[in-house]
Design a protein around this ligand. Structure first.
Ligand SMILES: *Cc1c(COP(=O)(O)O)cnc(C)c1O
Length: 314
């Protein structure tokens, strides 16, 4: 009898990596002597797109087949990605969803997709959800969601999937943007990324070659994200890593707010460049980069790379 090691999650999921880097010729940039490139992380995997693939696979490696429990809101891209990975790789998934008022109601399309992929959904009240980093609260949520499991029986991935392994996974995104690996030419170079938890930015900035910098566009209001990103970098790298900053002006009112002006911008971008623009994150980042170009924030000759972190929800 032979014992073959099972393929690692990152191999078994057959990602298309490195993701393509596309020139746009966008005249709002070219007229100022700039290039706008799109890093198409949305094309990495049909069911686990973008930064979710980069953040999740190192965690699945660590989970080693144990059930994975994670957290998200009712429209969470992260929950859908975890559920899809569980279906494709054959491990159990438990999704703790914010808002116990949702229990017993018909599932929205995003949660219905999670359930169809075999995820067990557990709705929790907002106070417990907020306090989920407290070990006592987490132990209680675990008991309620899984019956008699102890913290050792399940692998817990934090909300949005951002922890040290995820940040290390996202460093590959930065490495793919170095000139040696086919990244955008030489010279001044800026990379824009939308931020929820900031895990993607934390890793991206660390992986970028010297002389390149990352700009994060938070989609939530609050101004707390810089400290979270520093904490994620301490956990992953032991200290600060890479050149990054945040531009907090483009949240458009907060998470899941998509006012008409943003929607019109995104629809126009789709027309110009022929890709579907995800509205909650990607549209805000593209709007921010375009506004910065128009403000003269980038020197002529610079390349601006926009990371397309995901696709519109089903
Ligand atoms: C989850 C998500 C993000 C946010 O990533 P963080 O690492 O949490 O900052 C950005 N874009 C898309 C499309 C996402 O689904």
């Amino acid at each position: 009898m032979t014992h073959e090691a099972p393929p690692s999650p990152s191999t078994a999921l057959r990602p298309a990596l490195p993701s393509p880097l596309q020139e746009t010729g966008d005249e709002r940039f070219t007229s100022r002597g700039l290039r706008l490139l799109l890093k198409r992380d949305d094309l990495i995997h049909p069911d686990i797109p973008g930064n979710k693939w980069r953040k999740l696979t190192p965690n699945l490696e660590a989970a080693a087949g144990r059930p994975v429990l994670t957290f998200g809101g009712a429209y969470s891209n992260h929950l859908r990605a975890v559920a899809a990975a569980g279906r494709l790789l054959g491990f159990d998934t438990i999704g703790v969803v914010r808002g116990d008022e949702l229990a017993g109601r018909p599932l929205n399309p995003s949660l219905a997709q999670c359930a169809a992929d075999g995820m067990r959904l557990h709705f929790t009240d907002r106070a417990a959800y907020r306090a989920k980093r407290d070990p006592v609260v987490l132990a209680r949520i675990l008991r309620e969601a899984t019956g008699d499991s102890t913290p050792d029986d399940v692998y817990v991935v934090p909300e949005g999937g951002s922890n040290a392994p995820a940040v290390l996974g996202c460093a590959d995104l930065g490495r793919e943007l170095s000139p040696e690996t086919g990244g955008a030419g030489s010279g001044a170079h800026v990379v824009g990324v939308a931020c929820g938890t900031g895990g993607t930015l934390a890793g991206l900035a660390a992986g970028l070659p010297r002389g390149r910098r990352a700009i994060g566009f938070p989609v939530l209001r609050g101004g707390f994200l810089g400290e979270e990103i520093r904490a994620l970098q301490r956990a992953a790298f032991g200290g600060p890593a890479g050149d990054w900053s945040l531009d907090e002006r483009f949240h458009f009112g907060g998470y899941a707010r998509t006012p008409p002006e943003l929607d019109a911008f995104a629809a126009d971008f789709e027309q110009r460049h022929g890709l579907a623009v995800e509205r909650l994150y990607v549209a805000k980042m593209l709007y921010g980069l375009t506004a910065l170009a128009e403000e003269g924030a980038f020197p002529a000759g610079a390349s601006v790379t926009a990371v397309i972190t995901g696709r519109p929800a089903p």
